[in-house]
Design a protein around this ligand. Structure first.
Ligand code: FAD
Ligand code: DLZ
Ligand code: SF4
Length: 512
């Protein structure tokens, strides 16, 4: 009997569960580029191009295996504009066959398709997305009854279960976590070895056609469409990852928290774009990193740090999303309500750390973790920007952003908007942290050691204003007691001056 399989734009894995028992004789595959998905967030032009180019290459690969793929392009005049609309058209065309879909990465998409199916006599089967290493049901079992949800505890379970970096039942090197070794700032340019850039790929004819499509149909999309250099096939993504293993992994650990002017990628892998769309397999990446340690080409602190990001954080964050949705997206525990400043789009601000980070995002649809957390995220937290506006921005501007991974990271980790569901205290930091971990402050119009003067760094007074504003909530927190003691020790006139400066900055952040 004929069956219809919908493959979404972030389900481009050859081993996708919905395709596992597919048979070219009876399986019809549907893939659709639709305006509804283009417009639900303010997507970066490079992200749109990446998704459509990877989708088209995937459709070709499936056809070469003998499958019939109904591929609907964005500019097809009959395109209904939504995923459910395209399902409806295909379902009618094929005589209402049963439909199989691997669970999507967003609650919104699942709800849309469920609504479509339940209003018709369509047999719809959702298949688990087993590209993840922990199912949503397993995560819920793990989380049940726990007082605090801590990534570190989850990570240890995952290390044992997948036998990664384990030796005779114990963690390799005698420690589960080498994070304390991973906080070295970068040496100055003349004292460091050149940093390798991520592997870049020249667009082929298929990708050029997509670039033309994005130029024509989404002329107002944020960010630079070109140069477009992402991998758009699993083979190319594996080459990019192999390049990282050789060039980036050995120093990934030491400088994981560093930031540097003009260095958009440092020693990061730049693979989330590929992992999240299905071009790379997370377990294979972890095993390859472990091999690099076992054969002596990368040190343990780097390899453990890297594996923890994928096996630990990535899986944990996804578990949190499905545990806490749908109410999670509405949370705003700190009552933050300021609109997003225009400089989040333009980069036009005197705060050099933010200007540099946004400029990199405009170029690449990418920023590394510390820029996302401690620059754009930290400013949003300290200033009290409205979580929905901030989350929308994160969901749009990063090529690796889908709600399952963007929302807990932004709302939970960066903004503390979930009241600390999994982050015990807010990641709030003053300009001194940014100064220690980067060279951004050199050449900035503000002074990271000043909190009250003409040149005072906005992160400094916004930090103390944040601490004072949320005194009631955090004062009793054992890990914040010292900060509140420090606040109390400061002269009242100084605190008042910082709060005045913060009020001015919060009233018009674009003037900074
Ligand atoms: P590396 O630093 O080289 O790390 C290797 C891999 O580990 C990444 O590719 C990623 O798959 C995984 N990883 C690391 N940290 C996390 C994390 N906290 N959550 C999930 N996976 C992680 N990541 C996304 O994939 N999509 C997002 O939309 C996203 N939004 C974020 C928003 C905020 C506010 C913050 C603080 C973090 C966000 N992250 C997101 C996590 C992390 O910043 C990115 O995964 C990472 O920067 C991707 O770059 P990379 O591939 O070079 O990562
Ligand atoms: C993000 C995205 C975009 C921009 N466009 C499409 C599309 O046209 N067709 C499609 O199937 N998927 C697209 N996606 C990815 C979906 O939004 C994604 O499946 C959900 O965000 C769930 O993770
Ligand atoms: Fe950012 Fe402050 Fe440093 Fe300027 S001085 S780069 S605003 S932290």
């Amino acid at each position: 009997m004929l069956e219809l399989v919908l493959v979404l734009g972030d389900q481009l894995s050859p081993e996708l569960s919905a395709l596992r028992n597919a048979d070219p004789g009876r399986t019809r595959i549907l893939m659709a580029e639709v305006q509804g998905e283009v417009r639900y967030a303010p997507h970066h032009a490079k992200k749109l191009a990446f998704i459509f180019a990877a989708m088209r290459h995937h459709a070709e690969a499936l056809r070469s295996k003998g499958f019939a793929v109904d591929y609907v392009t964005l500019d097809d005049p009959d395109n209904s504009g939504t995923l459910s609309g395209e399902l409806e058209r295909a379902s009618i065309r094929l005589g209402r066959p049963p439909v199989r879909i691997t669970e999507p990465g967003e609650w919104r998409v699942r709800a849309e398709i469920d609504t479509w199916a339940s209003a018709r006599t369509v047999e719809l089967t959702w298949l688990e997305d087993d590209r993840f290493l922990c199912s949503t049901a397993e995560f819920q079992r793990w989380a049940k009854g726990r007082k605090g949800l801590r990534m570190e505890h989850f990570y240890r379970v995952m290390r044992r279960r997948h036998d990664l970096l384990m030796e005779a039942g114990e963690p390799a090197g005698g420690r589960w976590n080498f994070d304390p070794d991973n906080r070295e700032p970068l040496p100055p340019p003349l004292a460091r070895a050149p940093i390798a850039q991520p592997m870049q790929f020249r667009p082929d004819a298929q990708t050029e056609a997509v670039l033309d499509l994005v130029r024509r149909t989404c002329p107002d999309a944020f960010g630079d469409l070109e140069p477009f250099w992402f991998a758009v096939t699993p083979t190319a993504a594996r080459r990019a990852f192999a390049h990282f293993l050789r060039k980036g992994l050995p120093l990934f650990g030491d400088h994981q928290d560093a930031m540097a002017s003009g260095e958009d990628f440092l020693y990061h892998a730049v693979i989330s774009i590929y992992l999240n769309a299905g071009l790379l397999d997370p377990l294979a990446c972890c095993r390859a990193a472990e091999d690099a340690w076992r054969n002596g080409s990368a040190p343990l602190n780097a390899v453990e740090g890297f594996i923890r990001q994928i096996l630990g954080w990535r899986e944990f964050i996804r578990g949190i999303y499905w545990l806490a949705m749908p109410g999670y997206a509405e949370e705003n525990a700190l009552d933050a309500d300021l609109p997003l400043p225009a400089f989040y789009w333009s980069g036009d601000t005197g705060m050099r750390c933010l200007a540099q980070t946004v400029a990199g995002i405009r170029r690449n649809a990418y920023a590394h973790h510390i820029q996302r957390l401690m620059v754009t995220g930290n400013f949003a937290l300290l200033a009290g920007l409205e979580p929905k506006a901030v989350c929308d921005w994160y969901l749009g501007v990063f090529a690796d952003a889908y709600e399952w991974v963007e929302l807990p990271n932004t709302l939970g980790m960066a903004l503390h908007g979930d009241g600390g569901l999994f982050a015990s205290k807010p990641y709030a930091a003053s300009g001194r942290y940014i100064d220690r971990m980067s060279d951004y402050c050199q050449g900035c119009r503000y002074d990271p050691s000043d909190a009250t003067g003409e040149q005072a760094c906005p992160f400094n007074y916004l930090y103390w204003d944040f601490i004072a504003r949320h005194r009631q909530r955090f004062e009793k927190h054992p890990r914040m007691a010292m900060i509140y003691r420090n606040l109390t020790r400061q002269k009242p006139e100084r605190v008042q001056r910082m709060r005045e400066l913060a009020a001015i900055a919060r009233a018009d952040p674009d003037a900074l």
